[in-house]
Design a protein around this ligand. Sequence first.
Ligand code: PLP
Length: 364
Amino acid sequence: METITREHDARQRTAAMRPRSAVADLRSDTVTRPTPRMLAAMMAARTGDDVFGDDPTVLALQDRLAEMLGFEAALFLPTGTMSNLCALMAHCERGDEVLVGQKAHTYKYEAGGAAVLGSIQPQPLEQEADGSIALERIAGAVKPDDPHFARTRLLALENTFAGQVMPQDYVRAATRLARDLGLASHLDGARLFNAACAQGLRAIEIACHFDSLSVCLSKGLGTPAGSVLVGSAGLIARAHRIRKMLGGGMRQAGILAAAGLYALEHHVDRLKEDHARAATLAHALRSLGGLRVVQATNMVWVEAGDDPQRDTRLLDQLVAQLLASGVEVLDRRPLRLVTHLDIGDEQLAVVLDAIAVVASDCRI
Ligand SMILES: *Cc1c(COP(=O)(O)O)cnc(C)c1O
């Protein structure tokens, strides 16, 4: 047993020490390294102590995003998970309920934080492929004012969801329904700018429908860390207290906020390049035949097609070839490939070459 543990530890250590040898890393858009110019902006950042509220760069980032997204106030947080949690806890009291997608990040991938730390009851609801929840399902899940039930308080949506853009008509209808039902609405907009870019919209055109919204700076925008929550002044004041409670108050956080300000200036318009490269990648994968390939914004999802045995082998072969070519992927099914700031034409060419090798093997 001890040997196993020790071997496991050794493996973990080796993994942590492994040099960055991958030619291209398609595991996630979180893997980006700060660019030299972003690092220069971080080095030049004026800082203070953000727990005392006097870090000028953090204040500037918060002001910038509040203005950009049309909200009264904003709060800088270390992660998107903490940002969503602060939002949920600021909207809901103990014993309140949030309506949320069955596969939503806020429900499924945040370690149950809202329930554990906020005593908020989630009501998970089935979602469509684009992450939307049918309006009837939302309306049907709201509990009457009755001592038997938790108080339904909040609707939480996610855009993009698995890379899919939520249609604007739906955003309008769902947030209007929430308002009519007396619910507040929160958007997990970790990839809000991808959603806006894909539709040729300004981010505010999506944001304006919600009572609060969380956006990640560490995904497509390419910063080392950081998320921002926007909302009314009252909501953000409550979230601020909760951030402190959760241990998320940071001191000279201006170093990180400077990366965010830089990214808002330089890395928003370029998201369309990530989407275009994802489309090129999807096209190459479809040409293999036998795989089910779905591309949405900067994500490509790959599954075995109609002949499960043959196609599963093809998919395994593809993953093996990508890894052999120095392309990092998460060996999961469905396979998810994500484009980002560190996947330029050169890295994409390596990926396309690996796909071409698989294609020629298929023909033999
Ligand atoms: C990444 C992500 C978050 C936040 O994740 P952190 O790793 O905590 O920053 C939240 N929602 C979605 C949809 C995400 O993809």
